[in-house]
Design a protein around this ligand. Structure first.
Ligand SMILES: [Zn+2]
Ligand SMILES: [Zn+2]
Length: 356
């Protein structure tokens, strides 16, 4: 294989289908590393990237183009593979190492980056699969070897999904206060990330999990991965039904959808002193009567992926504990457009992982 020529699936225009393209890679310099991609997970946020931005509510769209993202875009930020070339200054990584990649790169030097939260960099986003070419390709160039995390004995396809679905779920549930066995946590939205949160939370907390998703197949999967009960958010009188089933004791809700209806369900579900964490990027506007903040002593926060150290923690956790495993749907990279279409129409249970 020629490690200086990458075969990518990229979109040439915002909203367009992905096309096969090739481009030449210069020899790695400094701390750069080239990986041969063996697996790349597909994320719901790819649909927003392909569309060119996020729905900010009130008819407004954020624009990746205005923020400096250049076409064509090679998506794919859940990258697993094998090290095939290293720059002259790379240390601690050798050819043949099996790794996953932390893709949420910032400037590396602002105060937020220095504290380990590069995903929230205040200066420059350099995310792999958005601003920099990602893993929907046979080769990927990583700007610095420190973003590689060895997977040890973990299954490579599953480990790849840790870089977004895994740490997004992990980062969100780590924001929750410690809870007891009689407390309930609502997990709203049981796609790949929500399902990972159900699995991780059931492995790390005694609290009961209420899974909420309109798709019966996803509710079924959530029940077999650690949820105690599951509800359809569109069922009549669902707030009352969930409240009754949980003795009105829902201590926290994590919203993996991030829509107007899911965020409203989250704040209405939690008890007084409850915690709401909003993770999903579906879009729209958040509305709530202001007195609710005080009267319920609510805490509402956001959570956006997580830091490199959290990816390392999650890989270590997966090595020492048997985590309930979310379903994976392995497909060839050449079927990427069909897979994106299936994701758009909710025909995916668990996580699609593409293989070049
Ligand atoms: Zn993602
Ligand atoms: Zn920074």
């Amino acid at each position: 294989m020629n490690y200086r020529c990458a075969h990518r699936w990229a979109f040439p225009k915002w909203g367009a289908a992905l096309e096969a393209m090739t481009d030449d890679l210069a020899p790695p310099v400094g701390h750069e590393v080239t990986l041969r991609v063996t697996h790349c997970g597909m994320c719901h946020s790819d649909l927003h990237v392909q569309a060119g931005g996020f729905d900010m509510g009130g008819g407004k769209l954020s624009s990746l183009e205005r923020a400096g993202t250049k076409l064509p875009v090679t998506m794919g930020h859940e990258i697993g593979g094998e090290v095939v070339e290293v720059g002259p200054e790379v240390q601690g990584v050798k050819l043949g190492d099996k790794v996953i990649v932390y893709p949420w790169l910032g400037c590396g030097s602002c105060l937020v980056c220095e504290r380990g939260d590069e995903q929230l960099c205040t200066r420059a986003m350099r995310n792999l699969g958005i601003q920099l070419p990602g893993g929907y390709a046979d080769l990927v160039r990583v700007p610095h070897a420190r973003y590689l995390v060895p997977i040890g004995t973990l299954e490579p396809a599953r480990a790849a999904t840790f870089a977004c679905a895994g740490i997004t779920a992990y980062g969100a549930i780590r924001k929750l206060d410690p809870l007891d066995a009689e407390d309930h946590v609502a997990i709203i939205g049981c796609g790949g990330v929500g399902m990972t949160a159900v699995a991780l939370y059931s492995a790390t907390s005694p609290a009961r999990i209420v899974a909420i998703d309109p798709d019966p197949a996803k509710r079924e999967a959530a029940l077999s991965h650690g949820a105690t009960m599951a509800f359809d958010p569109n069922a009549p009188d669902v707030l009352k039904a969930i409240g009754k089933a949980c003795n009105m004791n829902i201590a926290a809700a994590v919203d993996f959808v991030g829509s107007e209806s899911s965020s409203s369900l989250a704040v209405n579900l939690v008890r007084r002193t409850g915690q709401v964490v909003i993770v999903g990027l579906f879009g729209g506007e958040f509305r709530m009567p202001l007195p609710m903040f005080a009267l319920k002593s609510l805490r509402i926060s956001g959570s956006y992926v997580a830091g490199l150290h959290e990816l390392r923690d999650l890989v270590a956790l997966a090595q020492r504990a048997t985590l309930p495993q979310i379903p994976l749907d392995l497909r060839p990279l050449s079927g990427v457009n069909q897979a994106l279409d299936d994701l758009t129409h909710g025909r995916v249970v668990g996580r699609v992982v593409l293989q070049p």
